[in-house]
Design a protein around this ligand. Structure first.
Ligand SMILES: NC(=O)c1ccc[n+]([C@@H]2O[C@H](COP(=O)([O-])OP(=O)(O)OC[C@H]3O[C@@H](n4cnc5c(N)ncnc54)[C@H](OP(=O)(O)O)[C@@H]3O)[C@@H](O)[C@H]2O)c1
Length: 259
């Protein structure tokens, strides 16, 4: 019987490519994001190309009630999740002083509360069954010095740490949790953030293809890796950042931000 994967943020970028790679690997898919038209088009492509059975559940993860509705729908339709990809995300651009609380709250809900709730509630069921995979899409930013006035790096650091804590506990029951930490990736992320012009000045060595990130992330998850930084250049950056003493991280962070 085919196993089923739930991908959040499947309407674009890394999530959409993850859905392709999972379908290619034989998984049926539960696709979620806000843009239903894109999810329906993706579902059609995946069913035609890979014969994957796809269920589309439009959800705004910034609304806690909609996260609950997503979980209720899985129960009601008896949809078992064997592979969870907590991928949906965005970064607010404005400074903390200039931000309205509602925007920051959405960032925390979409990238902290929702993935944590899905990881724990669906992870508990995987532990009961004795198998399963969870990928939390963090970021290379989790290793980077924290820049001035942003929640994003702290949020991604949280995801990196909590993924490892969950993996240490769940692995005893045959369930693995992988923190996937991509560097700069060609997706809609920087258009949504409004930093496309700024980041496009970065040399090509910094950039990766969304499909490569998804492929490497899926391989790492199936191999049971707790942390995956795709790309040799990114792994060197992560190692260098990890080795920095706290005062150097702070001073580097103060010098400017590129996210
Ligand atoms: N691109 C990069 O350089 C990069 C680097 C490191 C890590 N990441 C991480 O990778 C993940 C995927 O980002 P991406 O680069 O693929 O960006 P993207 O192309 O902008 O895709 C973001 C996805 O998240 C979904 N999403 C955003 N807000 C949502 C909400 N409130 N409710 C439900 N879904 C929501 C979007 O769907 P809808 O708009 O249809 O809801 C979309 O499918 C994020 O967690 C990001 O932090 C990206």
């Amino acid at each position: 019987m085919a196993r089923t994967a739930l991908v959040t943020g499947a309407s674009a970028g890394i999530g959409e490519r993850f859905a392709h790679r999972l379908a290619e690997a034989g998984y049926d898919l539960i696709l979620t994001a806000r843009r239903e038209d894109r999810l329906n088009a993706l579902a059609q492509t995946l069913s035609e190309r890979f014969a994957a059975r796809c269920t589309v559940i439009p959800t705004d993860l910034a609304e806690p009630a909609q996260v609950q509705s997503l979980l209720d729908r899985l129960d009601r339709d008896d949809l078992q999740v064997d592979f969870l990809v907590n991928n949906a995300g965005f970064a607010a651009r404005t400074s903390l002083v200039a931000s309205d609380w509602a925007t920051l709250q959405r960032e925390i809900q979409v990238m902290v509360s929702a993935p944590t709730e899905l990881m724990i509630r669906l992870g508990q069921r995987m532990v009961e069954r004795g198998y399963g995979n969870i990928v939390n899409v963090a970021s290379l930013a989790a290793f980077a010095p924290p820049p001035s006035g942003m929640l994003y790096t702290g949020i991604k650091r949280y995801l990196l740490d909590v993924s490892q804590s969950a993996d240490m506990e769940f692995r005893r029951s045959g369930v693995r949790v992988t923190a996937l930490c991509p560097g700069f990736t060609y997706t809609e992320f920087h258009d949504v953030q409004g930093t496309r012009e700024q980041v496009s000045r970065l040399p090509g060595i910094f950039w990766q293809d969304a499909d490569a990130v998804a492929r490497i992330g899926l391989q790492a998850a199936l191999a049971g890796k707790a942390v995956c930084v795709p790309g040799r250049f990114n792994r060197v950056l992560a190692a260098v950042c990890d080795a920095l003493p706290a005062f150097a991280r702070y001073q580097l962070g103060r010098r400017g931000r590129i996210y």
